[in-house]
Design a protein around this ligand. Structure first.
Ligand SMILES: CC/C=C\C/C=C\C[C@@H](O)/C=C/C=C/C=C\[C@@H](O)CCCC(=O)O
Ligand SMILES: [Zn+2]
Length: 644
């Protein structure tokens, strides 16, 4: 027990909690008042007292793989309280002090796997609603903190220096700072970070002074804890535009500057639809390959995977997506992750509108928007019908996360079903001319706030109260029924016609394939074609080989294409491609690619053991969330962990 930590009388005991699902002791914990009534993924009680600002002072220790320092919390008391309840995960707390320097007693509850602990700070006297509190917590993170990946030099491009980056969404912020780790709470922050001199420190904030080994930051916009981010590496930067720079190791910097050169153009198109960009700066950081997502919308500094560096700007949609989060997600935020579709469904919807607005010809723009939506629909169908199952409650737009870790609930459903719902609403109320004004009104109303689906619904119904069409919406089916969406819009299929014709040719074993078949295809048409093939019966090996060679997809530099090609090879049980497959999953960690490939390998009984062996050998190079989710995909339990 640390100094100041008292006996936890009411410790909750539930090792299986968050590991086995909602039938474990979650309801008991809730009955004990241990979980937030606002958020099933947090212990904190923001309705009692709410954090408004955090000042961080941290030292980055690459030797010990820890952050060490303190967090000063400015808290507004909303109800009469004797204690302040926060989330923490494996934090080693050395002291907690009040504003006058006096030491405060605290209880750190039992660590519940994947959920962390309830940190109860006992206040020496009752504080009444309206008062303000200042609390200083001195702590050290755990070397295994789930939000952090500490990379050895060999895992970087330069091979000389270590690297650190974070991923706090959804509930990993509690492993790097004690906080109310729920998106219901928004706070501003500042930080002073110390790291060895040759390193650059970046955060999801405006960078101030960087003097010798100390860098300061300030984030004057309120944000939820999941948007706190840090990266430390030996980095370079290039200017992309008046408010943007791209950062990466020097080996990737020129390619990155070229790939993302159009960032300012996207920002301006986004502002035209959504209003002014409020976060001042928009920088990009290209991370090492183990970064688990395509992009993460950390304010002022989007994190992206290097797999976006396709050399043809074809993955610009990911950048547009992250830019759109500056409004939906970062400015207007889901109240908890049960309403994640409010972040992601809106963002995909806006991403496609803004992407189309960059095309001058209005007919082409609509076709392109519909083409992207059709690709999304295919991915949604694969997720619902093949991976999750149509009756799986996680295919609902609004999910129940009691007893379910948000990382286990993650899928394309909130992205695509959410975006499709908004597209349906847009069509229903009279098209973009009407719906764009609604979008701006929504962004203005909930700016700097967090909301849930009921608040969205109430606002929409009030806004369109004179529009009779809105009465047709079957809210229950859209929001609370599992499976595919109840209505699919009538998308323009002009851009998929050539693909459908080609699929007929591929099916005809007498027709020979040649590069001319796809010479005029855009990268997205190639992706769409391959995605369709994944959803069809496996190709015979000979046909597969001809397709790979003639269509130049075998060894393609575009990871969206290569990924789908390798899945086709697995589907056809082509064991000559297994080396390429394992190289692919070992050389980058984007879960969008790695998880389906591992799931496909698992389904191939002859290579299942090899796939598991490959995973166990490489697990130590993966970020927490990748290892955690892949273990589930491969049906492994903790006991098989390779600790060498
Ligand atoms: C209904 C879903 C319920 C809960 C999920 C809540 C949080 C999801 C959590 O696991 C974290 C998500 C982080 C996402 C970050 C970036 C993505 O948008 C990237 C999408 C995939 C990719 O392009 O690689
Ligand atoms: Zn997103």
């Amino acid at each position: 027990m640390s100094d100041g930590e008292c006996d936890a009388q009411s410790r909750v005991s539930c090792d299986a909690y968050y590991a086995v699902g909602k039938d474990c002791q979650n309801s008991k914990i809730r009955a004990m008042g241990a979980l937030s009534p606002l958020d099933p993924s947090s212990f904190s009680r923001p309705e009692q007292a709410i954090i408004r600002h955090i000042s961080l002072n941290l030292n980055v220790d690459f030797e010990k793989h820890v952050l060490h320092g303190h967090a000063k919390l400015d808290v507004d008391v909303l109800e009469d309280i004797n204690s302040l309840i926060l989330d923490a995960s494996n934090l080693k707390i050395s002291s907690i002090e009040a504003d006058d320097g006096s030491k405060l007693q605290y209880k750190l509850g039992e660590h519940i796997p994947n959920m962390g602990s309830k940190l109860t700070i006992l206040l020496p006297k009752q504080h009444i609603a309206g008062e303000k509190l200042k609390i200083k917590i001195t702590y050290t993170t755990d070397p295994q903190a789930s939000a952090l990946q500490w990379l050895d030099p060999e895992q970087t491009s330069g091979k000389k220096h270590p690297y650190l980056f974070s991923q706090c969404q959804p509930i990993h912020a509690r492993s790097i700072l004690p906080c109310q780790d729920t998106p219901a709470v928004k706070f501003t922050y500042d930080a002073e970070v110390t790291a060895p001199e040759e390193f650059t420190v970046l955060m999801s904030a405006l960078r101030g002074e960087a003097r010798s080994n100390r860098t300061t930051f300030r984030q004057p916009m309120p944000l939820p804890s999941y948007l706190v981010a840090i990266a430390v590496g030996v980095l370079e930067s290039r200017t992309l535009g008046p408010r943007s720079r791209v950062w990466s190791e020097k080996e990737e910097i020129e390619r990155s500057a070229w790939e993302f050169a159009e960032t300012e153009k996207y920002l301006q198109a986004a502002e035209k639809l959504c209003g002014p960009y409020e976060w001042s700066e928009y920088d990009l950081l290209v991370l090492p390959p183990s970064f688990p997502y395509g992009g993460m919308e950390n304010p002022c500094l989007t994190f992206v995977t290097p797999t976006l560096l396709a050399g043809d700007r074809s993955q610009a949609d990911v950048i547009v997506h992250e830019i759109m989060h500056s409004w939906t997600g970062n400015l207007v935020t889901n109240r908890n992750f049960e309403h994640f579709w409010l972040n992601e469904g809106f963002t995909v919807f806006l991403e496609r509108k803004v992407g189309a607005s960059l095309i001058n010809d209005s007919v082409e723009a609509k076709r392109s928007r519909d083409f992207q939506s059709l690709l999304g629909l295919q991915e949604l169908s694969e997720a619902i019908n093949d991976v999750l199952g149509a009756s799986n409650p996680l295919t609902k737009l609004v999910v129940d996360l009691n007893g379910v870790h948000p990382d286990d609930a993650f899928s394309t459903v909130p992205y695509e079903k959410g975006s499709l719902f908004l597209r349906y609403l847009e069509n229903l109320v009279g098209g973009p001319e009407v719906f764009d004004d609604f979008l701006r009104a929504y962004l203005t109303k909930f700016r700097k706030k967090s909301l849930d689906t009921e608040q969205f619904k109430a606002f929409l119904l009030e806004y369109f109260k004179d529009n009779q069409a809105i009465k047709q919406v079957d809210w229950d089916s859209w929001l609370h029924k599992s499976g595919m969406p109840p209505i699919i819009p009538d998308y323009d299929t002009t851009m998929t016609k050539a693909i459908s014709a080609l699929l007929v040719k591929i099916d005809d074993s007498n027709a020979s394939l040649s590069y001319e078949d796809v010479a005029n295809f855009t990268p997205h048409q190639m992706i769409h074609m391959l995605q369709q093939l994944i959803d069809r019966p496996a190709l015979p090996l000979e046909r597969l080989a001809a397709l790979g060679k003639e269509y130049k997809v075998n060894g393609n530099k575009n990871t969206e294409i290569l990924y789908r090609w390798l899945r086709l090879c697995i589907r056809s049980r082509d064991d000559t491609k297994l080396q390429d497959v394992f190289h692919f999953v070992n050389s980058q960690g984007r879960m969008k690619y790695v998880r389906p490939v591992y799931r496909d390998l698992y389904a191939w009984e002859d290579v299942r053991a090899r796939a598991i062996d490959n995973f166990l050998k490489n697990e130590k190079y993966m970020m927490h969330v990748s290892a955690y989710t892949l273990r589930k995909d491969l049906h492994l339990d903790e006991k098989t962990k390779n600790t060498e």
